[in-house]
Design a protein around this ligand. Structure first.
Ligand code: HQG
Length: 181
């Protein structure tokens, strides 16, 4: 499978598994899971047939490990990034002392004034390293980076979660915990 096709399948899966499962007639089970057979049948009906081997390759090779199969291999989910209401059954975890958020320069002042908000997703997304945060910021224009004092937030009772693909998630980051780098 060429990389264009791989990307197309990844985008298709993100759209339906994170944002619009209803448009394919799917319902996400707790954890965000759907039956692989149901997904493949629904995609086929929708005019976007995906070979099972291609689905497996996308799950295995995806640059950000966006998707996983469950232990039995019969269900699939997006690991994070949802906007649709679903309980992802994430476990609370203690984060590293410092986390990073990459965004674009146009929103820097607003973020410094009001903090990081989850916008349309379930959580604010934070990265463990600056390089990843920079890549996230570059999606929307000139990137800027913030460090987040996760240790102080933890001390104040904020709850952190880590998705299985290594993204740190939190409800919000008030401005006093942010520093523009
Ligand atoms: C910004 C991608 C103004 C925030 C990435 C971001 C990530 C504010 C945007 C994952 C704000 C939300 C998530 C405030 C936050 N005022 N703007 N108060 N607070 N923002 O896409 O973190 O390819 O929901 O800085 O790589 O950019 O989808 O979040 O720019 O891992 O797998 O509002 O999505 O992964 O945008 O990205 P998003 P994000 P995937």
């Amino acid at each position: 499978m060429d990389s264009d096709r791989e990307k197309k399948i990844s985008k298709y899966l993100s759209y339906y598994l994170r944002h619009h499962p209803d448009k394919l007639g799917l319902t996400l089970a707790p954890g965000g899971w759907v039956e692989v057979e149901e997904l493949l049948a629904a995609a086929r009906r929708n005019g976007f047939a995906i070979a099972r081997s291609h689905l497996e390759a996308v799950v295995a090779n995806n640059d950000k490990q966006r998707f996983s199969f469950d232990a039995s291999g019969t269900r699939i989910r997006a690991n994070q990034g949802h906007s649709v209401a679903v309980d992802l059954e994430l476990e609370k975890r203690s984060p590293p002392d410092i986390l990073y958020h990459g965004t674009h320069s146009k929103v820097a002042d607003r973020i410094l004034a009001t903090g990081l908000q989850k916008m349309s997703r379930h959580h604010v997304h934070l990265s463990e390293d600056m390089a990843t945060a920079k890549k996230v910021g570059q999606r929307r224009g000139k990137p800027i980076l913030f460090s987040v004092d996760a240790a102080a937030m933890l001390g104040e009772g904020f709850e952190f979660y880590r998705s299985s693909n290594g993204v740190w998630l939190v409800d919000s980051v008030p401005p006093q915990y942010l520093r523009q780098l």
